[in-house]
Design a protein around this ligand. Structure first.
Ligand SMILES: [Zn+2]
Length: 185
């Protein structure tokens, strides 16, 4: 079993022996560290420390925010700039549902490791939000790629792009609360 130390000031956890004079997170002197035991297995800890889900969620997040900016510009500007933006938007809108699906898959895997047996209200909210995000991103892609650009089409696309953006933000916000959770067992 590896030994861990925890900073009493900020809660930062590091393997024993890899600390220098100060806490890498908050700068407190290394003397404030005390022994810390994870109550989960090395294997689970290793898998969690890959941070697969927290890394993968940055793709849908950045695509959703870029798409929102691009679609507003595409509908506001005219001529060649607008049609070029539409081309980019078509590609982004197709990538988005796939990136959402990948992040959901990684999220479910992460939840299995982190919360082995139980799924709490926060996780259920995240699964619902993730499903809404996926659905809304698919409809966005269909509307954009079939060039549904009449008045209501544009309203729909912009509304859905805002929904996509809000979903990604809310998911990140809720996910951030879960990042330090490790159930025992
Ligand atoms: Zn610290």
């Amino acid at each position: 079993m590896k030994k861990y130390l925890k900073c009493k000031v900020c809660g930062f956890v590091e393997e024993e022996g890899s600390l220098k004079e100060v806490c890498p997170a908050c700068g407190a002197p290394v003397t404030v560290f005390e022994g810390y035991n994870y109550t989960i297995s090395e294997k689970r800890l290793k898998l969690m420390e890959l941070h697969i889900h927290p890394i993968l969620v940055h793709f849908p997040q950045s695509i959703a925010s870029l798409s929102l900016v691009f679609i507003i510009l595409a509908f506001t500007l005219q001529g060649e700039v607008s049609s070029n933006l539409i081309i980019v938007e078509k590609i982004l809108s197709i990538i988005l549902p796939f990136s959402v699906l990948t992040a959901i898959g990684a999220g479910l895997f992460d939840a299995r490791i982190r919360f082995k047996k139980m799924f709490g209200p926060l996780l259920k909210q995240k699964i619902m939000l993730g499903s809404l995000f996926f659905l809304s991103s698919i409809i966005t892609a269909v509307l954009i790629n079939y060039e549904t650009f009449d008045y209501w089409g544009k309203v729909g696309i912009i509304t859905l792009s805002i929904v996509n953006f809000l979903c990604s933000g809310l998911l990140g916000f809720k996910g951030g609360k879960l990042i330090n959770s490790k159930l025992s067992g």
